[in-house]
Design a binder for this molecule. Structure first.
Ligand code: SF4
Ligand code: SF4
Ligand code: SF4
Length: 258
């Protein structure tokens, strides 16, 4: 706590586009009450101050190199509450697409003949390195969800994250299912909480909020193929935001078979 009794809050970024932090800035502009309820002590997108003393740490971005681990662990030691902010931190998001290719190839594509200068390894969510107390899913996060998560945390509550699929919200909005029109949509296996915004505006869900617990991904692949996607297109939709969880699921299944 600060001397003024307000909880000290810090924001940190790892491998990401920083779009979720920008959404936070945007959100705080219209929720001045929230801005007044906390003391922001570190937030590279918005202020130049830095601090090692904070109660809540919001972490945006994936862990993509060994040297990130020590920094994540330091943040964990200092914060009473750690929140994964956005898909990159929550599921490793788009960053984990690189895990589908040999690391040496990826390094060469990105860094060319300077590949040896840069330390990098398979992208992972921050929960693969440290314990995480809450997540705000999405790419980018939803402004209002950010506000409700912060309010829940300030009241000492665990913020609820839906564990049902996007289809539930889509049906409640009485949308015509895109799959019936032959358009691909990951709604049956994607985690809800966005009010089915993409299908509502005619775009298939790409699963940016992660997958529901125990998704039937084989049935999802069949449905996407029936919607006219080739095997490559099916895999690219399945892995867009969920390479890491799907690879983890395969690894666990492989262990169970052994
Ligand atoms: S989740 Fe999306 S918007 Fe947020 S930092 Fe990652 S890539 Fe950017
Ligand atoms: S459009 Fe997508 S989210 Fe909506 S009901 Fe169909 S599959 Fe589910
Ligand atoms: S509909 Fe799917 S892709 Fe769109 S915001 Fe929701 S979870 Fe993300």
């Amino acid at each position: 706590m600060s001397e003024n009794g307000k909880p000290r809050v810090a924001f940190f970024d790892f491998a990401c586009c920083e779009g979720c932090q920008l959404t936070v800035v945007d959100s705080l502009q219209t929720h001045l009450d929230l801005l007044d309820a906390v003391d922001i002590v570190e937030f590279r997108e918005a202020i130049s101050d830095q601090s090692d003393d904070y109660l809540v740490a919001f972490i945006e971005g994936s862990c993509t190199r060994e040297s990130d681990e020590a920094r994540l662990k330091k943040i964990r030691e200092r914060a009473a509450v750690v929140v994964a902010l956005g898909a990159c931190a929550h599921t490793a998001g788009l960053n984990a697409l690189k895990n589908l290719h040999p690391l040496e190839d990826v390094r060469e594509w990105v860094y060319g003949d300077k590949a040896d200068w840069y330390d990098t390894y398979a992208a992972r969510p921050i929960s693969a390195v440290i314990e995480v107390d809450a997540v705000i899913p999405g790419c980018p996060i939803d402004r209002e969800e950010f506000v409700s998560v912060v309010k829940a945390l300030l009241m000492g509550k665990t913020p609820p994250v839906p564990d049902y699929p996007v289809c539930v919200e889509c049906k409640l909005k009485e949308n015509v299912c895109l799959l019936l029109e032959g358009k691909p949509c990951m709604g049956p296996v994607a985690r809800a909480g966005c009010d089915a915004i993409c299908p509502t505006y005619g775009d298939g869900c790409e699963g940016c909020r992660g997958l529901i617990p125990h998704p039937n991904d084989n049935a999802m692949k069949d449905v996407l193929e029936e919607a006219g996607l080739t095997v490559d297109q099916v895999m690219s939709r399945m892995t867009m935001f969920n390479t890491y969880p799907l690879q983890e699921k395969e690894a666990v299944a492989g262990e169970e078979v052994k």
